[in-house]
Design a binder for this molecule. Structure first.
Ligand SMILES: C[S@@+](CC[C@H](N)C(=O)[O-])C[C@H]1O[C@@H](n2cnc3c(N)ncnc32)[C@H](O)[C@@H]1O
Length: 252
């Protein structure tokens, strides 16, 4: 897509705490506006702003990193990338979808909780998604639930969207249960959410899924997800795994 140069600045005092509090300023038509990172609707509504903020200024490269790890795993397995039918959850304006198509995935279907994400994906990357759901996985409308179940996905991806008031463990579990068994999944997650002191519930859920043979982690890669606005690196894990069976209701 076309590159713009927005006049992006960050607050002078780095009061930004990773995640929900972070904000930046953008100057357009002589007006300076404050935007919080989580105001995705506002960010997506300006073409190129999401890319310039997260990818150019804050050096995020997670979609490419996770797609590479998924592809490396597939190369050493009997699976063909073109056989993947992927549900990309928290798809935003389609950067992960684009990476999935780059590695040769079959149909990719996007899902996001806000309408602006679907609109911007269609606007910026119209060739990527075969379909795009605007839906809340924890409260699916009947017709979406039936059509997602019928789609028979064999792979799920969730990039830069777990935790931090984005996708909670229950929605992650609901997405996981929408893919077939065996199936593949690939996601990235903040390093702290994978350690025993984690309070978000992700570490507990994922550990339990491994212990109960619901999933097998195939690759786990520690890497720099992006920078904080003062230049501090923010580390994540990229994870690729194989789904063995659904998460039972009793575990949620
Ligand atoms: C940081 S963006 C990541 C977008 C894209 N995956 C990427 O890597 O560029 C997080 C996305 O997750 C979406 N999101 C947040 N909560 C969600 C939920 N409960 N269900 C689905 N999507 C959600 C947001 O609307 C936003 O588009």
């Amino acid at each position: 897509m076309e590159q713009n140069n927005f006049n992006i600045t960050f607050p002078e005092v780095n009061d930004a705490h990773q995640g929900t509090g972070e904000h930046f300023f953008i100057e357009r038509d002589g007006e300076k506006k404050k935007i919080i990172y989580h105001d995705y609707d506002k960010i997506y509504s300006i073409p190129g702003l999401y890319e310039e903020l997260f990818y150019d200024k804050l050096k995020c490269d997670s979609p490419a990193v996770v797609a590479k790890i998924l592809n490396d795993f597939i190369k050493d397995s009997p699976i063909e990338t073109s056989d993947l039918k992927v549900l990309d959850i928290g798809a935003g304006n389609g950067i992960m979808g684009e990476e999935l198509k780059r590695i040769g995935a079959g149909p990719v279907i996007g899902l996001d909780i806000i309408e602006e994400a679907a609109d911007s994906a269609l606007r910026d990357r119209p060739e990527v998604y075969e379909d795009y759901y605007v839906a809340d996985l924890m409260d699916l409308e009947y017709k979406d639930e039936k059509s997602l179940e019928k789609a028979d996905f064999n792979c799920m991806t969730i990039i830069a969207a777990l935790g931090f008031d984005d996708i909670p463990p229950k929605a992650f579990a609901a997405g996981f249960n929408l893919i077939s068994s065996p199936g593949l999944f690939a996601f990235n997650i903040k390093e702290d959410f994978m350690d025993n002191k984690d309070k978000t519930g992700f570490c507990k859920l994922i550990s339990k899924m491994v212990d109960e043979d619901i999933l097998e982690i195939k690759k786990r890669h520690h890497y720099r997800h992006r920078l904080l606005q003062d230049g501090t690196p923010l580390y994540y894990y990229a994870v690729v795994g194989e789904k063995k069976r659904d998460i039972p209701e009793s575990m949620l």
